[in-house]
Design a protein. Structure first.
Length: 305
């Protein structure tokens, strides 16, 4: 007897935490990022994937509550990288009595990470609950891996684009020696809706162009319907912003949903190039994509904001 595998039918992307909130909205903001992906398959099963946890448990708790989602309902917590503004809410999430999410991240996510300019400052993860996770709930991922039909972890993203090299003012402490840090743990989530891709990124420390290029190498011939997350252009020189946006225009057949570390200049450049195929996100924004719609035109804006 032949059994047909379920197919990812529908994805709802909700911005749980970001740097900004619409005036008068119920959601709260902080310098941080968290995105909730509600996933539905053709066999009528569903799951929640929380991509990053923002900077604090207080904001994560409040905003998840406004979205009507409890920690007990979250199946996977995927951490894009170690920085505190993406992992600060993890401790609250793990401390819940009913929370049983599997935590997915790069094996090197617990290294000691610092910013070295203008002064030395610890920016890495601080979660005692993570250190106590049993093996069944901690999945270290360094290579591409599927969590479920249509749900993929990128693994380590190759750094090939010349203008997307590692940043100079980040470091890690290894055996008492402070060394330049290449931020190797940066991960993305790739969702395949039929033969189209949705690319989720936390801060794109591997570079948004590298991140999308890696997706296209893994899913040959699949157009990118949406790139969503932080693109880390806030401190980039104009030449890099222009090169990034031009490259993404060639690679992303759909559109870009950006915020957090993208920065005002980056978002202006994206809006100028992508036009109505660019969205700047706030806490509480929700978008729905279905494999029965085509490219960007099937995206719906909704949500509590």
């Amino acid at each position: 007897m032949d059994f047909e595998s379920p197919v990812l039918d529908r994805v709802e992307l909700a911005i749980v935490t970001s740097n900004r909130t619409p005036q008068g909205g119920r959601m709260r903001s902080e310098h941080g990022f968290a995105l909730l992906a509600s996933l539905a398959w053709s066999d009528e099963t569903s799951a929640y994937l929380l991509f990053d946890t923002g900077a604090s448990g207080e904001i994560l708790r409040h905003n998840l509550g406004e979205l009507g989602v409890s920690p007990e309902e979250i199946d996977w917590v995927v951490l894009s990288h170690c920085h505190h503004d993406h992992t600060g809410g993890l401790e609250w999430l793990l401390s819940g009595t009913g929370a049983a999410s599997m935590v997915v991240a790069h094996p090197d996510i617990t290294r000691r990470a610092y910013r070295t300019h203008p002064r030395l400052q610890y920016i890495g993860m601080d979660s005692p609950g993570f250190d106590r996770l049993e093996p069944a709930r901690w999945l270290p991922v360094a290579a591409p891996l599927s969590l479920a039909p249509g749900v993929w972890m990128s693994g380590s993203i190759p750094r090939r684009v010349e203008f997307e090299q590692v940043r100079p003012h980040v470091a890690t402490l290894r055996e008492g020696v402070l060394e330049h840090d290449g931020e190797p743990e940066d991960l993305a989530v790739y969702l395949s809706l039929g033969n189209e891709l949705v690319v989720l990124t936390g801060c794109s420390h591997a570079g948004p162009v590298n991140t999308v290029a890696h997706a296209k190498e893994l899913f040959v011939g699949f157009p990118v319907r949406a790139l969503a997350g932080g693109l880390h252009l806030y401190d980039a020189e104009t030449e890099r912003i222009d090169a990034t946006v031009a490259s993404l225009m060639d690679m992303v057949e759909g559109g870009v949903i950006s915020g957090h570390c993208t920065g005002e200049r980056g978002e202006m450049a994206l809006a100028g190039t992508f036009g109505d195929r660019h969205r700047a996100f706030c806490s509480g924004d929700v978008w729905t994509l279905s494999r029965y719609d085509s490219y960007w035109h099937g995206i719906e804006d909704a949500g509590p904001r």
